[in-house]
Structures are given as structure tokens and as C-alpha cells.
Design a protein around this ligand. Structure first.
Ligand code: PAF
Length: 282
């Protein structure tokens, strides 16, 4: 496995690499990341993983400094899982002095995470475009855990005619149902099952919808009731949205998406799940 810190070296390593799959990460790898690497491994000749905690997607009062980091462990896991090239640039390599060009995500970025984390998606869109330009992969892998990010990246790639196929990968969960996230490291082990309350609420809505309940306000009220039973959980938003436009939907059609964010023991957690009317759900 090659470890590359400079853009010029990455470009040189990428020469003749055949079909390239990129897995962009901010490190502190968990099984969710490893599932992206495995998916890339099975479809590409060369797997590139970027490891870069992108400062521009963190707000001034967010956890950029505290964001969990363990590069030696990440490199071991990347090697074991079949990564060929790790691209781990410095901040100055990605944002040299005078850097002043940004990618502004549109309507999809206005609500939900965009509303609660102003500037977040501008930072994400900018760094993702840069990574795609630097690595020039054929395929790039993004987890559905960050569902809004996934949709924004897909739209950006289409709108900017970037020659890459975005491959979405399913959320990986702990046995409790808690969606894997590097930020789960902030939670005490014995608190994690309780932090799964957001997903339990979503499962409750899925169950009701699968039995034919299509009244969205009732589904939201039920979910809020479930979350309300966990005193440590403080909802930021919980919404049923059109799975493509991310606009709130009043009447449940064939398939919608539930999006939620909450604070739990001072840790900000997000989750999402599909919501289908009258069928069994995952
Ligand atoms: O999902 C993430 O880990 C980050 O937002 C990404 C896509 C690596 C960009 O920094």
C-alpha cells in the first residue's frame, strides 16, 4: 500500500492504475468505511482512500480540533481491507495560502444539516470536487449514513459534468441499531444502545407505514414520542422528506426518507431510513 501526501505524487501513482475507485474519508475508520473500501475493492483495479479531516466543513464552534484521529490504526485497517493508495494530504496541500474558490451546493443543501451547520456543505462540496479532480477516479463511494451529503454529491457531479460514477453504500449499524459514525467514539460504550433511540423511532414509523399508515404528521408524532422517552436525547430535527428533493412530504407516497438529528450526551448524531408505504422495510 502506497501512502501519498502530495498531489503531484498521487497523480504520478494514479498513472496506469486502471479502473480507480475512490473512498473519501476523514479517518478514524469503522466498519462503515470498511464496507465502502470492500465495495470499491470488488469493482476497481486500484482503490484509493483519502484520509483528510477537512477543516472547511466544520463550523467555528464545531469539533474540528477534537475530531477523533488515529492514523496508524487507519493505515493498518486500510492495508488489511485492500486499499492500494492512501492519499493523506496536509491542510496546506489542499488549501494553499490564498485559496479562494468554493463550490456552493444548491437547494438540496438548504435545509436539515445545511440549516443546522451553516457552511458545512460548501466545505464538503469543495473538498469532494477537489478530491475528484486530484484522484480522477472512475467510481467514488459514499455512505447513505450521510444521506443529504450523498444526494448533494450526486447532484454536483451531474451538474458539473464530472466524469465519475457515485456509488451509494448502505448504512452499517451496531447491533443496537446505532448507525456507525466516527463521532460515536465520543459516546461511552454503555450509552450507545440508548443513543440508538433515533433509529428505534424510525423503525416505529417504518412499521406503521408498512401496515398502511400514510399520515405523515402521525408518523412524526409517533417518532417524537419514542425519542421523548429517552431523556438524554434532544432532537434537532426529525422529518419525512421526498427521497430525491429532500423537501418535507405531507402524504406518504411509494417511498420517502426519514431524516433526523439529535444531541445525545452532548454528541451530535444523525441518521436516516427509508419509509415505504404498505411493504416490509429494512
Ligand atoms: O463523509 C465524510 O467523511 C466527509 O464529509 C467527506 C466526504 C470525506 C468529505 O470530507
Amino acid at each position: 500500500m502506497k501512502i501519498v501526501e502530495r498531489i503531484a505524487d498521487l497523480r504520478a501513482a494514479r498513472q496506469g492504475a486502471g479502473k480507480v475507485g475512490l473512498v473519501p474519508t476523514m479517518g478514524f475508520l469503522h466498519d462503515g468505511h470498511l464496507s465502502l473500501i470492500r465495495a470499491a475493492r470488488s469493482a476497481s483495479e486500484t482503490v484509493v482512500m483519502s484520509l483528510f479531516v477537512n477543516p472547511t466543513q466544520f463550523g467555528p464552534s464545531e469539533d474540528f480540533e477534537a475530531y477523533p484521529r488515529d492514523t496508524p490504526r487507519d493505515l493498518d485497517l486500510a492495508r488489511e481491507t485492500g486499499v492500494d493508495i492512501v492519499f493523506m494530504p496536509s491542510t496546506g496541500e489542499v488549501y494553499p495560502p490564498g485559496f479562494d474558490t468554493w463550490v456552493e451546493a444548491g437547494k438540496l443543501a438548504e435545509r436539515w444539516e445545511g440549516e443546522h451547520r451553516p457552511g458545512h456543505f460548501r466545505g464538503v462540496a469543495t473538498v469532494v470536487v477537489k478530491l475528484l479532480q486530484i484522484v480522477q477516479p472512475d467510481l467514488a463511494y459514499f455512505g447513505e449514513k450521510d444521506y443529504q451529503q450523498l444526494l448533494i454529491v450526486k447532484k454536483m457531479v451531474a451538474d458539473l459534468n464530472l466524469p465519475v460514477e457515485i456509488i451509494p453504500c448502505p448504512i452499517v449499524r451496531e447491533a443496537s441499531g446505532l448507525a456507525l459514525s466516527s463521532r460515536n467514539a465520543y459516546l461511552a460504550d454503555d450509552r450507545r444502545p440508548r443513543a440508538a433511540v433515533l433509529y428505534r423511532a424510525m423503525q416505529r414509523a417504518q412499521k406503521l407505514a408498512s401496515s398502511g399508515v400514510d399520515d405523515v404528521s402521525l408518523l412524526i408524532a409517533e417518532m417524537k414520542m419514542v425519542v421523548g422517552q429517552e431523556p438524554a436525547a434532544h432532537l434537532e430535527y426529525l422529518a419525512v422528506v421526498d427521497r430525491d428533493s429532500l423537501q418535507p412530504t405531507g402524504q406518504l407516497g411509494v417511498e420517502a426518507r426519514i431524516l433526523g438529528a439529535m444531541g445525545f450526551d452532548g454528541v451530535r448524531l444523525i441518521d436516516n431510513a427509508p419509509l415505504r408505504l404498505g411493504t416490509d422495510d429494512d
